[in-house]
Design a protein around this ligand. Sequence first.
Ligand SMILES: NC(=O)c1ccc[n+]([C@@H]2O[C@H](COP(=O)([O-])OP(=O)(O)OC[C@H]3O[C@@H](n4cnc5c(N)ncnc54)[C@H](OP(=O)(O)O)[C@@H]3O)[C@@H](O)[C@H]2O)c1
Length: 283
Amino acid sequence: MTDIFEFDQRTHSYGVMGNPVAHSRSPQIHQLFAEQFGIRLEYMRIQVDAGGFGQAVSNFEARGGCGLNITVPFKSEAWQLADECTDRAELAQAVNTLTLNRDGRRLGDNTDGIGLVRDITANLACPVRAKRVLLVGAGGAAQGVLGPVLDEAPELLWVANRTVDRAESLAKRHAAHGAVTGCGFDTLTGNRFDIVINATSASLSGSVPPLPGSLFADDALAYDLMYADTATPFVEWAQAHGAAQVADGLGMLVEQAAESFHIWHAHSPDTTAVMAALRSGMA
Ligand SMILES: NC(=O)c1ccc[n+]([C@@H]2O[C@H](COP(=O)([O-])OP(=O)(O)OC[C@H]3O[C@@H](n4cnc5c(N)ncnc54)[C@H](OP(=O)(O)O)[C@@H]3O)[C@@H](O)[C@H]2O)c1
């Protein structure tokens, strides 16, 4: 672990652990939420080296830490470390929210999926019910969102991934939750979808997964989990290939944080104001 952190014992301490973590906007988001309710807290970024996650959590606990958000690449380790998990975190086999109880028990949850679903259905006013949905990617983020998206009862949901085995096994694990199929990119040719969610990390390297250009049905939504101050490569590609509506993942980021905040503080923050503040800060 590379960060050294000290605690003000009078405030409740939270943090985000990951590697890298310097870019994380979670401290700003949680402080803006806390201000809405007059809650005093500190929220820190904690960079953790490979192999050091369990020790880092123990150190945080020993210093009185109350809760952690977990980001790449530790969501799976966090799931293994939790003493108890919610059903959605169990299904995802990934934890992005750890609540550290005073009795030493660690409770794991995954708020990524509910964050994505709220952004799509409430903020973007796009119901998932009875839609044809394509989820591109089968990594940690896809694992977290698949169950909650299926809970919205789409007509069908295909998971397409570069490494086909990962898509197939993810789909198999979720088979009891809806009409879900795992496949490779080649299988997509000739099929059209109402909602296409990019949960790959391709945008991080400035690329787009090799998807057929005829993917979008009329009025389709293209959603990139990655967010940026300018259009992401996937958003640009989707616009050029006929998506009627596009969005990046900033709304999901804020909504998943709001759900974590609710778990820890039993308050539901106003996310619209926080999204606007982040967008204006990014511009
Ligand atoms: N907005 C939010 O709140 C939020 C939350 C979580 C994650 N995210 C974003 O979601 C994205 C994925 O994160 P993750 O945690 O799932 O990463 P991950 O576990 O490393 O998984 C990466 C996924 O991307 C695929 N991939 C990578 N490069 C590709 C390429 N060039 N072409 C096609 N597929 C490619 C991988 O395919 P293989 O299996 O074949 O390697 C895998 O499915 C990141 O951009 C992250 O920032 C956003």
